[in-house]
Design a protein around this ligand. Structure first.
Ligand code: NAD
Ligand code: UD1
Length: 339
């Protein structure tokens, strides 16, 4: 099998690439290095003793995509990660987000629809906003997007659904990730945030290693058991496995559907304070933190109903929150050692 992974040197793409190579799949990895480093290839090689075919390519460039599909005429499926992903930045630079996340997808969809190559798309639980009912299942209504980033995911989902409707031989799976955290158990690849991390776990590990002075816990009076927000934190290894299972499901069996949407989470919600306590317990490190005002626009509580992916694809998260946090900490120490 030959799979094209876009954004293949990024956080999630690199973990999926490792798993595909370990299964003996041939991987074509493309990335323009906007939010990743070429050294990630060394990590992938160190873990797998193999390497993907790598192309430094920008999905906004239609000619480069055409050349790629001329060069590789036997691609069985595509897993599309390449996009910008910072919510705050998308508010300041909406055009860059629409150009990259929507424009890049449009360019990619052209050959995929023409050649009927199946696609896995990285969507996000952000499309649900604050859902009325928890856990959130795939039928929960999509709320108006609270950021350009979130809107690019909604547009992406709709674009793909429209293409599937227009061409019944083109099939796709939309994966709505909850909160990916953690790193590969080898600590050879992981999340590498540029600048100040906006997300909880990288901010926490950077605080404990000493790069930041204090973790700010956004809000303490929410209507939750301990007053802090609740999320569904999924180990990146589990998330990567969900892609492997999904691409096999999409390619190898004769599915009747044309486009299906699945949540990818653990089904369990943890509060910010529970994450801090779990980190302290598993690593033995203490987390300096203080409460601050709530973050504008924060969802109070979000965790996934994962029955659909379990039943239809047979995937289920295996790692605990503690294992995910320990791996994030091991990776942070590895970054520190090499910096
Ligand atoms: P990431 O930034 O680590 O990886 C994305 C990769 O795509 C980067 O290596 C970047 O250099 C590359 N890229 C961006 N634009 C490109 C372009 N035009 N051409 C070629 N390469 C390009 O992000 P990630 O955390 O691995 O996320 C992967 C996908 O999952 C994204 O689509 C993101 O929106 C989605 N997602 C992520 C999260 C999360 O919390 N990490 C949650 C939900 C959804
Ligand atoms: C992020 C993304 C969202 C995406 C979702 C799932 C942002 C702003 N949003 O949101 O688009 O769909 O992941 O992948 O990036 N927190 C603190 N202190 C911090 C950082 C976070 O208390 O320094 C809290 C937040 O209030 C929240 C929780 O930790 O309750 C998780 O925050 P974060 O990691 O940013 O994820 P999401 O808010 O779920």
């Amino acid at each position: 099998m030959k799979i094209l992974v876009t954004g293949g040197l990024g956080y999630i793409g690199s973990h999926v690439t490792v798993m595909l190579l370990q299964k003996g799949v041939e991987v074509i990895s493309v990335d323009n290095l906007d939010n990743s480093r070429i050294e990630v290839l060394n990590g992938i090689k160190a873990i797998t003793n193999k390497e993907p075919f790598f192309d430094n390519l920008d999905l906004r460039n239609q000619n480069q995509i055409q050349d790629l599909f001329k060069k590789h005429t036997d691609i069985d499926g595509v897993i599309h990660f390449a996009a910008y992903k910072s919510v705050g930045e998308s508010v300041d630079k909406p055009l860059a987000y629409y150009q990259n996340n929507v424009g890049g997808l449009l360019n990619l969809l052209k050959p995929l629809c023409e050649l009927n190559i199946p696609l896995i798309f990285s969507s996000s639980c952000t499309v649900y906003g604050q859902a009325l009912k928890l856990p959130i299942d795939e039928n929960s209504s999509v709320q108006p997007a609270s950021s350009p980033y979130g809107f690019t995911k909604q547009i992406g989902e709709q674009l793909i659904k429209d293409c599937c409707k227009a061409n019944s031989d083109f099939k796709s799976i939309l994966l709505r990730y909850f909160n990916p955290v953690g790193a590969h158990p080898s600590a050879k690849i992981g999340e590498y945030p540029q600048g100040i991390p906006q997300n909880l776990v990288p901010f926490l590990t950077q605080t404990v290693i000493g790069k930041r002075s204090l973790l700010k816990v956004f809000g303490k009076d929410y209507d939750t058991p301990d007053g802090t927000c609740i999320r569904d934190y999924i180990h990146v290894m589990d998330l990567a496995q969900a892609h492997i299972d999904s691409i096999y499901y999409l390619i190898s069996s004769n599915q009747k559907f044309s486009c299906e949407t699945f949540n990818v989470g653990t089904g369990r919600g943890f509060s910010v304070l529970e994450v801090i306590k779990a980190f302290e317990k598993t690593t033995g490190e203490s987390v300096p933190y203080k409460f601050t005002n709530p973050r504008v626009g924060d969802t109070i509580s979000a965790y996934a109903d994962v029955k659909k992916i379990e039943k239809q694809i047979g995937w289920k998260a295996k790692y605990s929150l503690e294992e995910a946090l320990q791996s994030a900490w091991n990776w942070e120490k590895e970054i520190d050692k090499n910096s």
